[in-house]
Design a protein around this ligand. Structure first.
Ligand code: 4AD
Ligand code: MG
Length: 452
């Protein structure tokens, strides 16, 4: 039998070779002597053309989107692209046309992202959506490879947690749906709805605290995990369920060690993705608008929160959102800083009250913490991180109840650590140029949106 080949591997260099190919029909052109069927199999945004001699095959069930298999010889088409001169052809399953109340997509492929979003279970077949999901894969692999190369251990942090790491009260509470089970397990000292775990349990907003515990035994660690946030926010940069790439590094006591690492990580992984996914990136940029990556070739700006505030203050008439000292910045203000500096911006030394309890107080000014946010073009905040409070007494004074185990880390051989979290979906938005975060995750969850 002919060896099976994937569309991504078909090359005119192999002209004459007989191969088997399977996939889905795209454009179908019926000419006088021959029929032409473009086929895709998801491995690349390229399609390969099958050439079928007229009246040699049963094409009765062939339509846009139908699955098929074919055998034939690789050849070079007049335009130089590879094609397959078909010898055997079979439609595996038909795909009823849109006009007949069937498949929502048509060969035009000009469907808007808004339209495709109505069919989460079908949209991976739309060319630019498949391209985004391949870019997503490349991005995750680039991160894993970079971290492995830099001697970080990949660990899994739990989804079910009893802490609200960020302290923002944006947790989803988890409890069994089975009331009989709860009654069965009830204890007098805990409310019935919390009786499965004997405490309130949430979907994790961040794996950081557990990751830190692992770093105390393994040194440098990272995780790429789902994170859940109950925000009533319909923004194109927020999801209720997203993925966070978090890293913790041991024996780090300067914020610029952290920002240097993040800058290197993002530059290196971006270059890898742009190279390995170049065709998919071009396709996305055609669909969503051109992007330039000038930020890859310069040193990024680092600026204190105070300096950023002063810049924003002197331009405050331009903003629709109110600028308040010590309350953090709005998306609009973040984007202003990035374009004002013509560079990604590390904002450092944040007012203590804007940030969670685990951040280390600045040595020079204890109203500040050694925190950094990285602001990027297109998406604003991409990364948040800090030096971690490693002083037992300082941490004891601010640790929320229930996190005694976290405090204990500092009691037994505590050491200086630092870490960060990067929003994976925002990173993919940045690389692929996608405006709405709901289009870079296969099955988006957002307020009033848990469709499929
Ligand atoms: O700034 P955040 O909240 O930081 C943390 O959770 C820390 N515990 C991370 C750490 O130090 N280990 O979130 C980190 C990043 C943000 O910069 C943003 O890119 C992304 O996660 N993010 C979201 N992405 C999509 N939808 C949401 N609702 C997001 N919230 C945060
Ligand atoms: Mg943040």
């Amino acid at each position: 039998p002919a060896p099976e080949i994937k569309v991504k591997d078909i090359n005119t260099k192999d002209s004459g070779k007989i191969v088997k190919i399977q996939g889905w029909a795209q454009n179908i052109r019926r000419m006088k002597k021959q029929d032409f069927v473009d086929i895709t199999d998801g491995t690349t945004c390229r399609k390969v053309q099958l050439v079928l001699q007229k009246n040699s095959f049963d094409l009765s069930k062939l339509s846009y989107g139908s699955s098929l298999k074919a055998t034939g010889s690789i050849a070079s088409a007049p335009n130089g692209n590879p094609e397959i001169h078909t010898e055997e052809f079979e439609v595996l399953n038909e795909c009823p046309l849109k006009e007949e109340n069937g498949y929502p997509f048509t060969p035009k492929q000009s469907h808007s992202p808004d339209y495709a979003r109505d069919y989460p279970h079908l949209r991976s077949r739309v060319d630019y959506m498949a391209a985004i999901f391949r870019i997503r894969h490349r991005t995750l692999m680039a991160i894993h490879n970079f971290m492995d190369k830099n001697d970080f251990f990949n660990v899994n942090t739990p989804i079910l947690t009893a802490n609200d790491c960020e302290g923002a009260g944006e947790t989803f509470k988890v409890q069994p749906d089975n009331v009989d089970l709860l009654k069965d397990m009830a204890r007098p000292e805990v409310p019935l709805e919390d009786s499965y775990f004997d405490k309130k349990v949430f979907l994790s907003v961040s794996g950081q605290l557990h990751l830190e515990a692992m770093t105390y035994g393994l040194g440098n660690t990272y995780t790429i995990s789902p994170a859940f946030r109950a925000e009533n926010c319909k923004s194109p940069l927020h999801l209720s369920e997203f993925h966070m790439f978090e890293a913790e590094m041991g024996f780090i006591d300067q914020l610029d060690q952290l920002t240097d690492f993040v800058q290197k990580l993002i530059k290196e992984t971006s270059l890898t993705v742009l190279e390995k996914s170049s065709e998919d990136i071009v396709l996305c940029h055609k669909k969503f608008g051109e992007r330039d990556f000038h930020w890859l070739n310069k040193n990024w700006v680092t600026m204190t929160y105070k300096d950023a505030f002063d810049i924003l203050q002197s331009h405050k008439d331009q903003f629709t959102t109110v600028l308040k000292e010590d309350e953090g910045f709005s998306k609009e203000q973040e984007m202003f800083l990035v374009s004002h500096c013509e560079s990604p911006v590390f904002l450092v030394d944040w007012p203590k009250q804007t940030k969670p309890f685990y951040m280390k107080e600045s040595q020079e000014d204890n109203s500040k913490v050694a925190a950094m946010d990285l602001l990027m073009p297109e998406v604003g905040e991409l990364v948040g991180g800090s030096l971690r409070e490693d002083n037992y007494e300082s941490l004891k004074a601010k640790v929320p109840s229930g996190l005694e185990w976290y405090l204990e880390l500092r009691r037994f051989g505590g050491f200086p650590t630092a870490g960060f979290g990067l929003g994976v979906e925002r990173y993919i938005q940045l690389l692929a140029g996608v405006k709405n975060i709901r289009d870079v995750i296969p099955f988006p969850r957002y307020p009033h949106g848990c469709k499929v």
